[in-house]
Each structure stands twice: as C-alpha cells, then as structure tokens.
Design a protein around this ligand. Structure first.
Ligand code: ZN
Length: 79
C-alpha cells in the first residue's frame, strides 16, 4: 500500500506529501503547486543551491518531456 508522509516540496519548499517508499533512486511528491512528480535522489541535493524560479524551470522541462508519454514528470540532475 502506498503511504504518503508530510514533507516539504524540494521545488517550492511548501508543505507537500512524499511517497514513503520508492523502488529506485528517486523521491515522489504531490505538491499543491508542482502537482505529482518524481525527482532523482541526486537532484534533490543538487537543486538546493538554485532559487525557486530555476527549480520551477526544471519542473516545467520535466513536464514537457513526460506529458506526451503520459508519464510522471521526473526532475533529474542537470549539473
Ligand atoms: Zn512544489
């Protein structure tokens, strides 16, 4: 069963829900602003130095790649 726990969104730093267990090197969130997305473990760390605008741009890019395939946006490390 999926368990969602309270967590801050790594993109917008607002209260969100994080999937407690994932089966890979990524985290999965549901955020009021960002909606449902995944982010790689390394990106969670590396985007901390970006401002919100830059982080949202990464999410928009991820959505643009995922939407045509009907997949969840997956924010990845861009360094
Ligand atoms: Zn968010």
């Amino acid at each position: 069963m999926e368990t969602w726990i309270e967590a801050d969104c790594p993109i917008t730093d607002e209260p969100a829900a994080r999937l407690e267990k994932t089966f890979g090197d990524y985290e999965e969130y549901r955020c009021p602003t960002c909606k449902h997305f995944r982010i790689s473990g390394s990106a969670v760390e590396s985007i901390k130095k970006y401002n919100v605008e830059a982080k949202l741009e990464l999410l928009v890019l991820a959505k643009r790649l995922a939407d045509p395939k009907g997949e969840l946006p997956f924010v990845m490390n861009v360094d």
